[in-house]
Design a protein around this ligand. Structure first.
Ligand SMILES: N[C@@H](CCC(=O)N[C@@H](CS)C(=O)NCC(=O)O)C(=O)O
Length: 225
C-alpha cells in the first residue's frame, strides 16, 4: 500500500493543521511542496486534483480531498483508533464543527486571507487598522469559547484536544505576529496557546511554519493605516 500524500507549503496555516493531525494519528505520509508564490497551484495537473487551487490537498491512494477541515475530519474518521479528536457524540461533534467553521469563515477568511491576499498577490504594503481590529475580535471570541465548559477548560471544546485546536492554532500562531495576545486581556487564550506549543512535535508541524508566515508578513508590511 502506497503512502498518503499531502500537498502544501509550510507557511500555510491549513497545511499545518493537517500536519498536526497526521502527526497525532501517527500516519506516515509524503509531503509534496506546492510553491504558491511561483503559481504552482495553477498548474493543470494540480487543478485537476483541486479546481479551487488551494493547499492543502490530501491524496489518499488516488482520492483527492481539499480543505483542511474536511481533510482533518476524514483522517480521524478513517484512521484514528478512537474518536477523541473528532467525537462521534452528536453534541460534542457539533461543538467541534462550530469551532472548525469559525476558523474557516472568520479566522482564516476574515483575518489571514483578508490580509495575505492584498499583501502577497496585489503587492499592497499598508494594512488598514480595521483588519487588525478584526484579529482582536477573534481573540475575544476565542477567550469566550475557552470558558464555555468548565472554569479550567484546557482546550477549545473542553478538556480533550480535538481537531478544532489544531485548526485554530494553525492560524492564531501566525496572527500573533500582526496582533500580540496580551496575557492580562486574554488569559485563557494565552494559556491555551502555551499549552498547544508544548504538544509533541509542535515546532516541526506548526511552530516553524507559523514563524515563516510572520516573517513573510513583516518583510512586506510597512504600515498599519
Ligand atoms: N479553507 C481552506 C483554505 C485554503 C487556502 O486558501 N489556502 C491558501 C494558502 S494558506 C492557498 O492555497 N492559496 C492559493 C490560492 O488560493 O491560489 C482550507 O482550510 O484548506
Amino acid at each position: 500500500m502506497g503512502k498518503l500524500v499531502l500537498y502544501g507549503v509550510e507557511a500555510s496555516p491549513p497545511v499545518r493543521a493537517c500536519k498536526l493531525t497526521l502527526n497525532a494519528l501517527g500516519l506516515q505520509y509524503e509531503y509534496r511542496l506546492v510553491n504558491l508564490l511561483a503559481g504552482d497551484q495553477f498548474n493543470k495537473e494540480y487543478t485537476l486534483k483541486n479546481p479551487q487551487h488551494t493547499v492543502p490537498v490530501l491524496d489518499d491512494h488516488g482520492k483527492y480531498i481539499w480543505d483542511s477541515h474536511a481533510i482533518m475530519a476524514y483522517l480521524v474518521r478513517k484512521y484514528a483508533k478512537s474518536d477523541e479528536l473528532y467525537p462521534k457524540d452528536f453534541h460534542k461533534r457539533a461543538v467541534v464543527d462550530q469551532r472548525l467553521h469559525f476558523e474557516s469563515g472568520v479566522i482564516f477568511q476574515g483575518c489571514i486571507r483578508n490580509i495575505a491576499h492584498p499583501v502577497f498577490r496585489l503587492n499592497e504594503t499598508e494594512v488598514p487598522r480595521a483588519k487588525i481590529d478584526a484579529i482582536y475580535e477573534v481573540y475575544a471570541f476565542l477567550e469566550a469559547f475557552l470558558g464555555t465548559t468548565t472554569a479550567a477548560q484546557k482546550y477549545l471544546c473542553g478538556n480533550s484536544l480535538t481537531i478544532a485546536d489544531y485548526s485554530v492554532v494553525s492560524s492564531v500562531s501566525s496572527l500573533v505576529g500582526l496582533a500580540a495576545i496580551e496575557q492580562d486581556k486574554y488569559p485563557k487564550l494565552s494559556g491555551w496557546l502555551e499549552r498547544m506549543e508544548q504538544l509533541p512535535d509542535y515546532q516541526s508541524n506548526n511552530g516553524n511554519g507559523a514563524q515563516m508566515l510572520i516573517d513573510m508578513f513583516s518583510a512586506k508590511i510597512t504600515k498599519i493605516v
